[in-house]
Write a protein of this length. Structure first.
Length: 247
């Protein structure tokens, strides 16, 4: 695959790449460990594929919903085990995709939640007890942001060995002179004029990390579980999509 946005790049090398004397045909996209990326380093095809697979599974869940337990707890468990992993697999690698794609995945989760909400409440036991509805799920973007902060903490603070080789994750600390970023744990945010690059993991999570560390003290003393809990609490207080925050 030729990685270029120029339409002339492909024909310029076509037929010149050989392996064992056999010409290698050029492809518009390749799949690496289950994640498909195209020649423009976009993940549109991957998002469409996982959305299709997850949508089919939600439809299958709807067909069997009437045969499952009343109350929706088993439906919710099946969604978490059989469907949500499709929507979250390697999410940090394709988090730079456009907002329209993430909304498409969120709509699939809402379909599943509607099935859970539509499930009849269980028959009250004797003596009757109040029915407790199934708690709503966090959004896919919420879970992705929490996972990104945890990974960033492992690279910046813990120095996890298998992440040390990725220089892009080890951002340069800076003196946060801005009033909105009083934390000494702030990092330099890579600058770029390209909208696609502004949504990449390093740039987006660097901005998010600076806001997070300014709101959560003693980040250097936290372990992975503490950071995950703190990120969950902090993210719940941020209803505005973080993709719109510009620093």
């Amino acid at each position: 695959m030729v990685v270029s946005r120029s339409p002339a790049a492909g024909p310029a090398v076509e037929g010149r790449l050989r392996f064992g004397g056999v010409p290698l045909p050029l492809q518009e996209a390749v799949k690496v460990l289950g994640v498909e990326v195209d020649r423009e380093l976009r993940f549109d095809g991957h998002i469409k594929h996982i959305a299709k697979m997850a949508s089919h599974r939600v439809s299958a869940l709807r067909r069997v919903a009437s045969f499952l337990d009343r109350g929706g707890k088993l439906l919710l468990l099946l969604y978490k085990v059989q469907i949500r992993p499709y929507l979250e697999y390697a999410a940090l690698s394709w988090m730079l995709c456009a907002a329209s794609h993430t909304r498409r995945l969120d709509s699939i989760q809402r379909r599943a939640l509607r099935l859970v909400d539509a499930a009849d409440p269980p028959d009250p036991p004797d003596p009757p007890a109040q029915f407790e509805p199934v708690s709503p799920l966090d959004s896919l973007e919420h879970r992705s942001d929490v996972a990104a902060l945890v990974v960033f903490h492992k690279a910046q603070v813990q120095g996890v060995p298998h992440l040390l080789g990725y220089d892009s994750l080890r951002e340069t600390p800076r003196e946060a002179r801005e009033r909105c970023l009083p934390s000494g744990d702030a990092v330099e945010v890579p600058r770029s004029r390209a909208s696609q690059h502004q949504r990449t993991f390093v740039r987006r999570v660097s901005r998010m990390w600076n806001i997070f560390t300014a709101a959560v003290p003693h980040i250097q003393e936290m372990n992975t579980q503490s950071v995950k809990l703190a990120a969950n609490r902090w993210r719940l207080l941020k209803p505005t999509p973080l993709r719109l925050v510009i620093l």
